[in-house]
Design a protein around this ligand. Structure first.
Ligand SMILES: NC(=O)c1ccc[n+]([C@@H]2O[C@H](COP(=O)([O-])OP(=O)(O)OC[C@H]3O[C@@H](n4cnc5c(N)ncnc54)[C@H](O)[C@@H]3O)[C@@H](O)[C@H]2O)c1
Length: 378
């Protein structure tokens, strides 16, 4: 058994939404141990949280610059090898860049940066570093999403006709109508979230899922946002028409004000031979339509699934795995890359996905603001 990879964590404190998903995911396949962290901008909070989850406090640092400086003083065999960036968006770029430039591998939350320009700069830093960079578009780690990708790659849908990615949440509805509540949410603050709330936070997942599952790239887009209030500068709902490679057309719909919706991500892809429907809230069911035949339902863990899908399943069929396991699959892929082992390019989203994601987010804002015009993506 190879030694565990020494993991550092930035953000993801006890008060965070996503921290527990990363910590559990990192442990699921026994590849990582947390050896250092900055869980919070308040040092005492980081120390308290480290004690609470039983991590030694000697490498809990006041900020990420200190983490880098102090870790570099340690012998290489003790030093943090990879840092996972789980802070609000405005810190991703400076943290990830600082880490790569100082020889650390990086696992980073989406959206990768605040701007497309930053994304390109980070891409340069990544190239120069030669280090691993994994972006946690969690949903690509689900076995049935991987199965969809592999079946499309094998031509089982034939020529693709139509793509439809819908990501509906409703959590901003109780907040958006009250100016004070609105001001307290970092996702609605452009200095913390970037130029988009809805497309930056969830639309970008939907965009990534379309490119991941079809293997096609979005070439052009046209976006219409809804801000609900004139003085609200951040989109809370949007519809994006997309034109992909090979004349494939479709739509990305995202909303944070779809009242009552929880985490309603759904992907639909239709081709000349059949179609797929997959829904995040019921992730172990992949619906496969074929022309003239009854509906088939694919489930994880069965030998009829592809290697990429089966590599993401740990238990026999009928033992449901979920979002923790999907994130764990991304950590597993990153662990293989960090150890220099072979891995499939579907095992974790990369720097290129991050750059395309930022190109997409900025494209949607530009399209909307210019009067809903078509924008070419790079
Ligand atoms: N992959 C996914 O499915 C998914 C889901 C949710 C959130 N996210 C992303 O994860 C990131 C965090 O989102 P969240 O909802 O957990 O945010 P959050 O506000 O709930 O938590 C952010 C955490 O970062 C910490 N933090 C803030 N400033 C810091 C600093 N300077 N140094 C160290 N720690 C600091 C906070 O103390 C807190 O613990 C965002 O970029 C978000 O887009 C991704």
């Amino acid at each position: 058994m190879p030694k565990k990879i020494r993991l550092g964590i930035l953000g993801g404190g006890g008060d965070s939404l996503i921290g527990v998903l990363h910590r559990v995911a990192a442990f699921i396949n026994d590849n990582y141990e947390i050896v250092g962290a900055v869980f919070s901008p308040v040092h005492q909070d980081s120390l308290d949280f480290a004690k609470q989850i039983d991590i030694p406090t000697n490498r809990i640092y006041p900020d990420f610059e200190t983490l880098i400086a102090e870790e570099l003083k340690l012998p290489e065999e003790e030093r943090i090898q990879v840092c996972s960036v789980q802070t609000p968006n405005f810190l991703h770029f400076r943290m990830a860049k600082g880490l790569l430039e100082n020889g650390f591998h990086v696992i980073c939350e989406k959206p990768m940066t605040m701007t497309y320009v930053e994304a390109k700069k980070l891409q340069e830093a990544h190239k120069t570093s030669g280090k691993v960079f994994a972006l946690t578009h969690t949903y690509t780690g689900y076995p049935m999403v991987r199965q969809m990708r592999e079946m499309i790659k094998n031509g089982e849908l034939g020529r693709i006709h139509k793509v439809d990615a819908r990501y509906y949440q409703g959590w901003i509805n109780p907040i958006i109508h009250d100016k004070e509540k609105r001001a307290a949410v970092w996702r609605l603050d452009p200095t913390k979230a970037g130029i988009s709330s809805c497309m930056g936070d969830i639309g970008v997942h939907a965009f990534n899922m379309l490119e991941f599952t079809t293997g096609l790239k979005v070439k052009a887009l046209l976006c219409d946002f809804n801000y609900l209030y004139d003085e609200n500068v951040m989109d809370v709902d949007g519809t994006v028409l997309v034109r992909m490679d090979k004349h494939v057309k479709g739509v990305i719909r995202a909303s944070q004000v779809a009242t009552g919706e929880e985490n309603g991500l759904a992907i639909r892809i239709y081709g000349e031979k059949g179609g797929f429907v997959w829904k995040q809230e019921n992730p172990n069911f992949l619906y496969f339509f074929t022309e003239g035949k009854p509906l088939q339902v694919y489930k994880p863990g069965h030998p009829y699934n592809s290697k990429l899908s089966l590599d993401g399943t740990k238990l026999p069929p009928g033992h449901p795995e979920g979002i923790f396991d999907a994130m764990a699959n991304i950590y597993l892929g990153a662990a293989k890359a960090i150890r220099g082992e072979e891995y499939d390019d579907g095992e974790f989203p990369t720097m290129e996905d991050g750059v395309r994601g930022m190109n997409f987010i900025e494209g949607t804002v530009y399209s909307h603001k210019q009067g809903n015009i078509w924008i070419d993506m790079d």
